[in-house]
Design a protein. Structure first.
Length: 352
């Protein structure tokens, strides 16, 4: 089955469940050309999900009425922190963004993806579904945008030079992190967090700027971190979340039929993203550590799974430091809402 047909089947199922036909709404769609920025061009999210969505699926399902000039973030040489500003300014109509790169209202957005909270893709998705309404308030008020869908990256793990047997060996290590809560987590287990762009991690590892880096299992492989590290330590740090947002002015110019059509297509994109990336996560571990790998030749880093003591140390870091520090960054109302919606559901509590 082709990519377009897979999406059509998913979107049709969603449309029927919602009580309307995707094909029927396509008849009421006007002609639109959108400017779009996505994620990193060398990763699966862009190659197998975003790019075909913008270049094939929407065009086919709208019968040619909706087209897009879609570029990967790497293609336009942008940093993650620039994305929402450019979306708000109208440079882009749609954009893929990560909570870790949000400045204004960042603690509320960050709450969907606090390092160490999610223990599985299912838990990460459940938190996203629960917390997105709170994120929407910040997106609309401060960024002039609306979230249409969420998507994950593979399981976040430690790639380290030298031998790492467990959490104790992270003490004193300089560890590249990709957000504030990851930095809190590394500090809590005795390491020193270092913030450098993803593209600079490989040379950073080579030159000793960092001893370890945290990233997704497959992204680390595709970025060739395995060429300079010796150990992949599979301590669960989370499942980096992203979201697709639309500029509110762009959205408000669309008719109700066009908005309904796009919501249906984005829901299909969301469902497909979570399924595909969850499946890729284990393969990413295999690709880095000598297992079966469809993405290229398997690397030979040593896989270290966490011990029971490591998991206890992880939980201690999360509860004593990571959640406590996040609570200081958010407002009391925000913390109370997170504890009510997320904390109670998963046996967690932020703040006092």
């Amino acid at each position: 089955m082709t990519t377009a047909k897979l999406w059509r089947a998913a979107a049709l199922g969603i449309a029927l469940a919602a009580g309307f036909s995707g094909a029927a709404t396509a008849q009421d769609i006007g002609k639109h050309q959108f400017n779009v920025v996505g994620t990193w061009g060398f990763l699966t999210n862009w190659q197998k999900l975003e790019q075909p969505f913008w270049n094939e699926v929407l065009k086919n399902e709208s019968k040619g009425q909706i087209t897009a000039s879609a570029k990967a973030q790497t293609e336009v040489n942008l940093k993650g922190t620039e994305i929402l500003r450019l979306l708000k300014q109208g440079v882009f109509d749609f954009a893929a963004a990560l909570p870790i790169y949000v400045d204004e209202g960042g603690a509320v957005i960050e709450a969907v993806d606090i390092a160490g909270v999610s223990r599985s893709f299912e838990m990460s998705k459940a938190i996203a579904d629960t917390w997105v309404p709170e994120m929407q308030k910040v997106m609309e008020q401060r960024h002039g945008a609306m979230i249409l869908a969420t998507f994950p990256f593979p399981e976040q793990v430690f790639f380290c030079k030298g031998e790492i047997k467990g959490v104790e060996d992270l003490k004193g290590k300089k560890v590249r992190v990709q957000g504030t809560s990851q930095g809190d987590f590394v500090t809590a287990v005795g390491g020193s967090p270092v913030t450098i762009p993803f593209a600079e991690v490989l040379p950073g590892l080579q030159k000793g700027v960092v001893d370890c880096g945290i990233t997704g299992s497959m992204p680390g492989y595709k970025a060739k971190w395995h060429e300079v590290v010796d150990t992949v330590f599979r301590l669960p740090v989370g499942y980096t979340l992203g979201f697709w947002a639309v500029n509110l002015k762009t959205w408000q110019k669309l008719t109700p039929a066009e908005q309904t059509f796009l919501k249906t297509q984005f829901k299909a994109l969301e469902d497909r993203s979570w399924k595909m990336i969850a499946a890729e996560s284990d393969e990413g571990i295999a690709c880095n550590t000598g297992g079966t790998c469809s993405a290229g030749p398997a690397a030979k880093a040593k896989l270290v799974n966490p011990s029971e003591a490591d998991i206890k140390a992880r939980e201690k870091a999360l509860n004593a430091v990571v959640l406590a520090n996040w609570a200081k960054r958010c407002t009391p109302d925000c913390v109370a809402k997170w504890n009510e919606l997320v904390g109670k559901k998963f046996g967690l509590k932020a703040g006092n």
